[in-house]
Design a protein around this ligand. Structure first.
Ligand SMILES: C[S@@+](CC[C@H](N)C(=O)[O-])C[C@H]1O[C@@H](n2cnc3c(N)ncnc32)[C@H](O)[C@@H]1O
Ligand code: SF4
Length: 373
């Protein structure tokens, strides 16, 4: 029996586009059609529930972007009226520290949002400027305190490392400042230069490999000694505060994706065999508003499933059981036995469970390369 799917809701507008960002985000250039977007999300959810997923109570919801902290809480409330949640559902919203004067955190809290993910990125004002951020370090600290005062007891801070010309000392200073705020969760992402971004066109000078390795090992040690357990490549949590929504992705669970450019994943096993499909929505906000109920459904061919499964499961420090592989893909573990034993002999994965070793996590692309076809 598969667990309930999660719900991902995308909000595609930002104040301005950051030069490193490859997410489906668009400068708002004035008014955001708040009411029309909320109505589109409601229709989108209803259509996907009817056509693909059936009636669902969601145990996790993630409102991502873009900049969802630009979403009028009154309109977001309308969307929430259409969503059925389990009693202890984890409901996360991303918040940009440069937008917090628009709407109050208390308003989001009273809708039922109980986890905030604050996009700090760095606490060094020069780096924030290079990253094209619309806030300074003091705004992030203030946003964090305001969120606490509004009653948020579960807060994540997003930080990036390997920033242009960043030294190890600067990266550690960023981490120490984040840790001093005492969040429940820290996401610590290595900056990647994504194709089709400003940074790809005009690449900044990023630290060389030995510095990156030094930042990574010192950072991991600092997080661990500060009580944050690494449970995923970039995810660090205080005990009891792992992100349930992301865990569902990494365990290859299903999710409904609503909003412009949102992706979803849907598994059916009745009748057998297991069939996995991906869903996509129109990316451009204007197009999405016109076609909110159109769903692009792409079945995943069986040969692609081992790679897709491993891309998620091997991000987890503890990995998953070999049984879960069979359950979620419909493929017997024996079919990948030879590839797995070979990787285990090279010290990249554990022989007896579906998990990468520390070295395997560092060279995850090499591990995943073995599952291409
Ligand atoms: C979907 S983004 C949106 C968060 C929010 N809009 C903000 O920027 O404050 C989620 C996180 O991904 C990370 N991220 C985005 N682009 C990245 C890149 N090119 N390399 C590494 N991390 C990135 C950032 O830490 C960001 O906070
Ligand atoms: S604010 Fe966030 S989503 Fe928007 S462009 Fe910047 S990183 Fe991307």
């Amino acid at each position: 029996m598969l667990p309930n799917p999660s719900l991902y809701m995308h909000f595609p507008w930002c104040v301005k586009k950051c030069p490193y960002c490859d997410f489906n985000s668009h400068p708002s250039n004035g008014d955001i059609p708040q009411e029309a977007y909320a109505s589109a999300l409601i229709n989108d959810l209803e259509k996907q529930s009817n056509d693909l997923f059936g009636y669902q109570r969601f145990a996790t919801v993630f409102i991502g972007g873009g900049t969802p902290s630009l979403f009028d809480p009154c309109q977001l409330d309308r969307v929430f009226e259409a969503i059925d949640l389990t009693a202890d559902a984890e409901v996360t919203m991303e918040a940009n520290p440069g937008t917090t004067e628009r709407f109050s955190f208390s308003a989001y809290r009273s809708i039922g949002i109980n986890r905030l993910s604050i996009g700090a990125q760095s606490f060094d004002d020069e780096h924030l400027q290079v990253l094209g951020r619309i806030h300074e370090a003091t705004h992030t600290a203030a946003a964090f305190q305001t969120a606490r005062e509004a009653g948020f007891e579960n807060i994540n801070v997003d930080l990036m490392w390997g920033l242009p010309q960043q030294t190890t000392a600067q990266a550690m200073q960023d981490l120490s400042t984040a840790i001093a705020l005492s969040p429940e969760h820290i996401s610590w992402y290595q900056l990647t230069l994504e194709p089709r971004t400003e940074f790809a066109k005009r690449p900044p000078i990023i630290p060389v490999e030995p510095i990156l390795a030094e930042i990574e090992s010192e950072g991991l040690a600092l997080l661990e000694s500060s009580g944050f357990e690494r449970y995923e490549i970039s995810g660090f949590a205080k005990p009891g505060f792992t992100c349930a929504h992301n865990l569902n992705y990494w365990r290859f669970g299903d999710y409904v994706g609503i909003g412009a450019g949102a992706h979803g994943k849907c598994t059916s096993s009745d009748p057998m065999p297991v069939q996995v499909a991906r869903t996509n929505k129109a990316k451009q906000p204007r197009l999405y508003l016109q076609r909110a109920t159109d769903i692009d459904i792409n079945p995943v061919i069986e040969d692609a499933l081992p790679l897709e499964f491993m891309m998620n499961a091997l991000r987890l420090v503890d990995g998953v059981s070999q049984e879960l592989f069979a359950q979620r893909t419909g493929i017997d573990w024996h079919r990948i036995d030879e590839v797995w034993s070979n990787l285990a002999e090279r010290g990249l994965v554990y022989a007896d469970r579906c998990a990468a070793t520390t070295m395997g996590m560092r060279y995850l692309d090499t591990v995943l390369g073995e599952f291409v076809n």
